[in-house]
Design a protein around this ligand. Structure first.
Ligand code: ATP
Ligand code: MG
Length: 435
């Protein structure tokens, strides 16, 4: 229910909150204390992706709804239940992106990137939006880091991607994950499997959840991915027994390549994905504990997608990892916001005027300096220096102004030395190097 208040629209969330507007349910602020972990993950990902020859691409967070409906598939949970879709002021149907692949592939086609190289390797990071029930590890705005390699059909492209994913998690120090791999076949062989699966599911149908009863008609493979009933299907027919010759060879080469490179994995023949565009190799990195939020990264090959959304017949493969879930598995204890090297406690306006140029000169040299711009007593400024966690504090009071010599205190050892105020920048640079 909404009602119009003046020219603003007041929503049911706003009422009764004494005018305090809070964040929308299911979204999260990422605060300064969280940032070192986020920046670390992003930096590690960028480094590894670039080592593997991937370039960053940034695509819009909103696109025409049709793009997602056509690529992800109209009978998937994402499109049926989770998209943030609205009409804009021009009456266009717009959706906040629920995942990254569709937009990247759209841009790949629109800019004819296939004309430049036979294999185009792209990575992205940014927010995704899904209207899901909020809980730990499941948000309505969440972040993904992902890659797409467009143009290669060779199994070695799949292997490259999987090795890169493995290395990324190793570099982040995240252990206890299992790489599960499967093949979903292609248009040659999947139909026959779908029929076999439907025949198997038919007698179980009355015992399945409402979602699966519907999926049985619209998208039977997705039944295997049911969050409620998955355990019931441990004797179902599997795609691997129905692969056509080329799909079988492809999967065997991926398996062989991973083994040769020492990348641990298990074949999960009932792994399917929540998006329709996948073909052949599909995979997930799964936490060892049970639970509905136990997948950290997921992806696979999508050989039909580029054509499906209007481009040439170009194959592709990619993955996306959930940043919040990955960070929850990282040891973040050493990833803390940077501390200033120096706090300058200046007492009185004259002292502040004297130290400000020193502060700017030091910052210009890459040294982190804080001050509280005078005002407060020495005692309260020393407290502030402690709170900042500064390595050193420079004290400049009336007496120091007169003698042109300030006191530099090492906050850890409490050792104090004199610093000439006439040559403060140079002296401090020398004394702070390494702080
Ligand atoms: P799930 O089975 O957990 O719903 P999914 O199959 O919908 O995941 P993908 O679309 O494959 O997920 O997205 C890749 C990754 O993005 C997931 O493995 C997960 O880490 C993350 N992710 C997906 N949805 C959310 C969400 N709502 N909140 C936080 N992270 C998410
Ligand atoms: Mg989901």
């Amino acid at each position: 229910m909404t009602r119009v208040v003046g020219f603003l629209i007041e929503s049911e969330y706003d009422r009764g909150k004494q005018n305090v507007i809070q964040a929308i349910k299911g979204v999260k602020d990422i605060l300064p204390d969280d940032m070192p972990a986020w920046q670390h993950l992003e930096a590690v990902a960028r480094t590894i992706f670039e080592e593997y020859g991937f370039s960053e691409i940034r695509v819009p967070v909103f696109e025409y709804t049709d793009l997602f409906a056509r690529s992800i598939g109209v009978s998937t949970d994402i499109v049926e239940k989770e998209m943030y879709t609205f009409e804009d002021r021009d009456g266009r149907k717009i959706t906040l992106r629920p995942e990254g692949t569709a937009g990247v592939v759209r841009a790949f086609i629109e800019h004819k990137m296939y004309a430049d190289a036979s294999l185009v390797k792209l990575y992205y990071l940014g927010p995704m939006f899904r209207h899901e029930r909020p809980q730990k590890g499941r948000y309505r705005q969440f972040y993904q880091v992902g890659v797409e390699a467009l143009g290669g059909t060779h199994p070695h492209v799949d292997i490259d991607i999987l090795v890169m994913l493995h290395r990324l998690f190793a570099k982040l120090g995240i252990t206890g994950l299992t790489l599960q791999v499967n093949s979903l076949g292609d248009s040659q062989c999947r139909d026959a499997y779908r029929d076999a699966l439907k025949a198997y599911l038919k007698e179980k149908l009355p015992t399945l959840c409402a979602d699966c009863q519907r999926r049985y008609e619209t998208n039977p493979l997705r039944v295997l991915d049911c969050k409620v009933d998955a355990a019931k299907f441990s004797d179902s027919p599997i795609m691997l027994d129905h692969l056509c010759g080329p799909c079988k060879d492809h999967f065997a080469m991926v398996e062989g390549g991973l083994k040769k490179l020492g990348i641990p994995f298990v074949v999960n023949p009932r792994l399917v994905r929540g998006l329709d565009y996948y073909t052949r190799t599909t995979f997930e990195l799964v936490m060892d504990h049970e639970g509905a939020q136990n997948t950290v990264a997921a992806g696979g090959r999508y050989d039909g997608l580029v054509k499906e959304i209007g481009g040439p017949a170009i194959p592709g493969i990619g993955f996306a990892l959930g940043v919040e879930r990955a960070i929850s598995l990282m040891d973040t204890s050493r990833l803390k916001p940077a501390r200033p090297a120096l706090f300058i406690a200046a007492l009185g306006d004259e002292a502040v005027a004297l130290v400000m140029p020193v502060i700017h000169a030091l910052r210009n040299d890459g040294i982190r300096v804080e001050t509280d711009y005078g005002g407060a007593s020495l005692k309260s400024q020393m407290k502030k220096a402690d709170k900042y966690g500064a390595a050193f504090t420079l004290i400049v009071g009336e007496q120091e102004m007169q003698s042109r010599t300030a006191v530099l205190r090492n906050m850890a050892t409490k050792e104090q030395v004199a610093v000439s105020l006439d040559n403060a920048v140079e002296e401090l640079k020398t004394r702070l190097s390494g702080a």
